[in-house]
Design a protein around this ligand. Structure first.
Ligand SMILES: [Ca+2]
Ligand SMILES: [Ca+2]
Ligand SMILES: [Ca+2]
Ligand SMILES: [Ca+2]
Length: 362
């Protein structure tokens, strides 16, 4: 377990301490017992042995002191999943592939109809899950299109703890700006009534189903029962990668779960999950021109996700929302060198790795 203060938080604490030292607190008046003399024959007045208690600290103290902060990402990954690079077809106002509304897969880093603005900063290219004894880490790399755009979207991940295809937890950060771990802009939400995904988990419900999504906010900007529940940062070595970390304690002892990454703007909203239940396909549209009756993207836009990575178990069959399992002939133990990163999918199980190239057939 690594305990340290983040530098930013440390300096904030120092500033607050300095400020509080500068604010003069009126000293309690020293009461002289038997004031007025006379009662003790003129002996020197004795000071009270105990000072009055200090006023209680304000409840909404602005400086949050963190006890436990994530450190470096673990050496070993628990799983990796690439995602489609929409920049390659952005000029044609369409996604190359990877968008399937009925299966809950989105590839829409574009504005709504007419899809003439491509947002590289929410186009997921590569995702990685890590695990150590204290934290679940997620790493999300978005497209670097060479324009130097900052990470102005929301970035996060769902955890499906009971492996039924419906997310149970949602962890995300809005507009990360620091390469130090911070709770600024970080939120954690929980689906307490288990209605994310509706009846047909991961798939479109019929008839349509509008639940309340992730309805319990468990954490926001360091505010919650545990002020150290979740952190985020921009990767120190890559301005287009976001790191998130949430405490493993939220898994309540579960060692098998699935993680799916998301990036987006306004549509990345805890109340809208799952989007393919909340919206109809007609309302949502589609980003792939092959679906001519639904193209272009409409109500559901500026949103991207990657397939879910199984963590802690070797899947024996396709689970809802999970990255498709490779056929035996597709499997390689090591990542195939010829595979572009946006198509690489690897499941890592301790010493065993199963990789394949999820490249669409042209
Ligand atoms: Ca996608
Ligand atoms: Ca993408
Ligand atoms: Ca559903
Ligand atoms: Ca719910």
């Amino acid at each position: 377990m690594r305990k340290r203060f983040s530098v930013a938080v440390f300096f904030r604490a120092v500033v607050l301490l300095s400020l509080s030292a500068c604010v003069s607190v009126p000293a309690p008046p020293v009461q002289v017992p038997g004031g007025g003399g006379g009662g003790n024959g003129g002996a020197s007045p004795s000071l009270p042995t105990a000072l009055p208690p200090l006023p209680a600290a304000p409840v909404d103290a602005p400086g949050i002191q963190h006890e436990q902060v994530p450190g470096a990402l673990p050496q070993n990954t628990s799983g990796r999943a690439g995602d489609h690079d929409s920049s390659v077809t952005a000029n044609e106002k369409r996604a190359p592939a990877g968008d399937s509304f009925t299966l809950g897969r989105f590839e829409r880093p574009f504005n709504a109809d007419p899809m003439d603005v491509y947002h590289s900063y929410i186009d997921i290219i590569y995702t990685v899950v890590y695990l150590d004894s204290d934290w679940v880490y997620a790493s999300i790399t978005v497209k670097d299109d060479g324009t130097g755009k900052s990470l102005d979207g929301k970035y996060g991940f769902e955890i499906d703890v009971d492996l039924n295809g419906g997310g149970d937890w949602l962890v995300f950060v809005s507009k990360p700006s620091s390469t130090e771990w911070t709770t600024d802009g970080v939120q954690v939400w929980y689906d307490a009534n288990n209605d994310v995904g509706g009846t047909a988990k991961s798939q479109t419900d019929s008839p349509p189903f509008r639940g309340d999504g992730f309805e319990q906010k468990m954490f926001g900007d360091g505010d919650g029962d545990d002020p150290d529940l979740a952190f985020a940062r921009i990767a120190p070595d890559d301005p287009y990668t976001v790191h998130l970390a949430v405490k493993r304690s939220i898994l309540r002892g579960n060692s098998q779960f699935m993680v799916g990454m998301w990036a987006g703007n306004a549509l990345f909203d805890p109340a809208l999950f799952d989007h393919n239940d909340y919206f109809s396909h007609d309302e949502a549209g589609s980003s792939v021109v092959e679906l001519e009756f639904y193209y272009p993207a409409k109500a559901v836009h500026e949103l991207d996700n990657a397939c879910r990575i199984p963590v802690g178990f070797i899947p024996t069959g396709d689970l809802p929302g999970m990255c498709p399992l490779p056929s035996v002939s597709e499997r390689e133990d090591a990542p195939p060198a010829s595979c572009p990163r946006e198509y690489l999918v690897c499941f890592d199980f301790g010493s065993q790795t199963m990789c394949y190239c999820n490249q669409p057939i042209p």
